[in-house]
Design a protein around this ligand. Structure first.
Ligand code: SAH
Ligand code: DHB
Ligand code: MG
Length: 224
């Protein structure tokens, strides 16, 4: 681990200790995710708080998440909802979904947040049929190769004023490495190009460092 990344870890720990301290529910969610053998790829605490604040700023009542893992980001997002708000999170792996459902129940969010198991590209058409209300915020954080397709689906399931957030758009700089043609990197590039050219979207991307290394988010507002 480089000196820089140790410093980024320390600063994330400092921000977390002041800005989202002592959250037993989130700590337990990560502990049980780890105990179940899930990979350590949930958003960091400051990133989770950012998602939470974005959902609050957005006044979100309906949230869609693509990629649940153990439900850590799901808890941050669902906590931003009003009592009658709803969150749907799509997860491919039933083992991940099972851990997430338990974590959401412990957080008291079992009623508000629903996890649907299966490949997101199969769940999304069904969601379009049985969830007619547009989503106010979509958080895309699953298999990056499908990111352009997830952006297209997000456009179908949102309204002017909705916010679309994509995780992991930098990946240590892989996004601009011409020699890197891995499917996840290609998917992210295609998604960024789509965000930049789509007439219904106004977008930016922001580079981040922290406990998750050097990475970033893309943010897109649906404008028409
Ligand atoms: N949002 C989570 C992390 C998600 S990690 C958090 O920050 O806490 C990415 C998740 O996407 C993994 O659980 C993985 O199983 C899931 N995933 C991968 N491919 C998928 C697909 N095609 N459809 C739905 N989920 C998928
Ligand atoms: C990976 C996936 C993520 O969503 C993330 O935030 C970090 C890493 C991964 O698949 O390696
Ligand atoms: Mg991610």
């Amino acid at each position: 681990m480089s000196d820089d990344s140790r410093l980024w870890d320390d600063v994330d720990a400092y921000f977390t200790s002041h800005l989202s301290p002592d959250d037993e529910i989130l700590t337990a969610a990560l502990r049980d995710s780890e105990a179940a053998g899930l990979p350590h790829i949930a958003v960091s605490a400051p990133q989770g708080k950012l998602l939470h604040l974005l959902a609050r700023i957005q006044g979100a009542r309906n949230i869609l998440e693509i990629g649940t893992l153990g439900g850590y980001s799901t808890i941050w997002l669902a906590r931003a909802l009003p009592d009658d708000g709803t969150l749907v999170s799509l997860e491919y792996d039933p083992r991940h979904a099972e851990v997430a459902v338990r974590n959401l129940a412990r957080a008291g969010l079992g009623e508000r947040a629903e996890v649907r198991v299966g490949p997101a590209l199969e769940s999304l058409p069904r969601l379009a049929d049985d969830h007619p209300d547009p989503f106010d915020l979509v958080f895309v954080d699953a298999d990056k190769a499908n990111n352009p397709r997830y952006v297209e689906w997000a456009l179908r399931l949102t309204r002017p004023g909705s916010l679309i957030v994509l995780d992991n758009v930098v990946r240590g700089g892989r996004v601009t490495d011409p020699d890197d043609t891995a499917p996840d990197v290609r998917g992210t590039r295609a998604a960024i190009e789509l965000l930049g050219t789509h007439p219904r979207l106004s977008a930016t991307a922001i580079q981040t460092v922290g406990a998750k290394g050097y990475d970033g988010f893309a943010l897109a507002r649906v404008i028409a």
